[in-house]
Design a protein around this ligand. Structure first.
Ligand code: ARG
Length: 463
């Protein structure tokens, strides 16, 4: 069959052109959104009398049949079918003749592809939110289990202050919570129906765009037809949220990689998330964590690709926009799987608290506690900082720890220092006192966990 648009053409496309032009190989993934969109459209057309009730029923039945056949693998499209919109409509016309030819009244592929991709993004955001919810619950559960287990807190990858494992995990909980908010927010802006915008300027046919929007479960109708067929911000916004979320996964995954190394030994990643080496028999490599760290590259790439595609394109629709889909699909697949794998890996991970403790006597993790103690006996903080700095230098020069310093050592550093009036410098003592809002004290971590749980319950999930 000649192309559905071939009326004004004298010759067909060269094979290589046909292939280059076609998007069917990837946009076939939108078949269900496309068919649902067509069903809503023809329902509205029948309501305004453009097609009869009988014609509408035939079209709806045949579209549903096409959907089933695609799902059962009975309908195979080729590049001759160009894209999913042409492919479905082509089969419809083949089966229904003139009746099928009525479906494309008052619509264009330009608004069709926009409505399909909006429906797709909405559907996928919901699935991504499900995976994020799962990950958040694993984090809450682990944080609770380790709310008072001591951990080294780093800045600049140098020992900084003692924290708890639960506290460390809850910081990731916050990042993924914001990711959820970002996805919900981008869902809101995707929830606008562009169908009926037609090619770019609307139509003389008295269509009811609010009705198709309602039938498709959209919250709003887009305001301007030209914008509706030219806009891809909803994809860009989704991809931006996905990029930030993947960046969070990547940072967490990096911690898994080094925590799992022989140098750290903080965790042991479960065998089922590791692979071996083809030459070194002893190896157990944290491949999943490394892939989770690395997959962010393609997600950033997809975002930059589409930002670049959209840059400088004039209004309204341009074929450049067809380049929006492969990156979108790849981002969706990568993010959904990464979230799931990460959650499962974390679920099976236990921390080796004894190993962590072995590293704690290096790096004067309790230095700030002494400085804060001096502040409490009325020494200005900058001065206290200087004094403790001197204590550290003295200890380093004499291979001592704070607790080894004699009263004489201390008095030599500053006359106001007194061994008997030192605060509890044990790691447990240090974390216990950090009860400031958002601090690392176990009691405060438990409060953060409770707040996290209620935040998860009060999310305004799209329905
Ligand atoms: N396959 C096209 C795309 O993805 C559909 C819209 C084509 N519209 C057109 N007028 N050529 O963008």
């Amino acid at each position: 069959m000649a192309n559905l648009w071939s009326g004004r053409f004298e010759k067909g496309m060269e094979e290589i052109v046909e292939e280059y032009n076609a998007s069917i190989n990837f946009d076939k993934r939108l078949y269900d959104c496309d068919i649902l969109g067509s069903i809503a459209h023809v329902t509205m057309l029948s309501e305004i009398g453009i097609v009869s009730e009988e014609e509408k029923n035939k079209i709806v039945d045949t579209l549903q049949q096409i959907k089933t056949e695609i799902e059962e693998g009975k309908l195979n499209f080729t590049t001759k079918d160009e894209d999913i919109h042409m492919a479905v409509e082509g089969v419809l016309i083949k089966r229904l003749g003139d009746t099928g030819k009525k479906l494309h009244t008052a619509r264009s592929r330009n608004d069709q592809v926009a409505v399909d991709t909006r429906m797709f993004v909405k559907k996928e955001i919901k699935l991504i939110l499900e995976n994020l919810t799962y990950l958040e619950h694993v984090l809450l559960e682990k944080a609770n289990k380790y709310h008072d287990s001591i951990m080294i807190g780093f800045t600049h990858m140098q020992h900084a202050q003692p924290v708890t494992i639960g506290f460390h995990l809850m910081s990731y909980f916050q990042m993924f919570k914001r990711d959820m908010e970002r996805f919900i927010d981008s869902y809101e802006r995707t929830d606008y129906c562009p169908l009926g915008s037609c090619a770019l300027a609307g139509t003389t046919i008295p269509i009811n765009r609010h009705r198709t929007s309602e039938l498709l479960g959209f919250k709003h109708v887009t305001e301007n037809a030209m914008d509706s067929v030219s806009d891809r911000d909803y994809i860009l916004e989704f991809m931006s949220a996905a990029s930030i979320c993947m960046m969070h996964i990547s940072r967490f995954a990096e911690e898994f990689v080094y925590w799992n190394s022989q140098e750290f030994g903080y965790i042991t990643i479960d065998d089922s998330f590791c692979t071996g080496s083809s030459i070194m028999p002893q190896k157990k490599n944290p491949d999943m964590a490394e892939l989770l760290r690395g997959k962010v590259g393609r997600v950033y790439g997809n975002l930059i690709q589409l930002l670049t595609v959209m840059k400088g394109t004039p209004l309204a629709y341009n074929k450049d926009f067809q380049e929006d889909k492969e990156g979108l699909f790849d981002t969706v697949d990568t993010l959904k799987k990464s979230l799931l794998i990460f959650a499962k890996m974390l679920e099976k991970t236990e921390f080796n608290s004894e190993n962590i403790k072995k590293h704690m006597n290096k790096g004067f993790l309790n230095a700030t506690d002494i400085a804060e103690h001096l502040v409490k006996i009325n020494i200005p903080f900058r001065e206290a900082h200087e004094i403790v700095g001197k204590m550290v230098k003295y200890c380093e020069n004499n291979s001592k720890d704070f607790v080894d310093l004699t009263n004489e050592d201390l008095k030599n550093i500053d006359s106001r220092l007194n061994k008997n009036a030192m605060p509890d410098l044990s790691m447990e003592g240090c974390i216990k006192g950090r009860v400031s809002y958002g601090g690392t004290a176990p009691s405060e971590v438990l409060r953060q966990i409770e707040a996290g749980k209620s935040a998860m319950e009060s999310f305004n999930f799209p329905n």
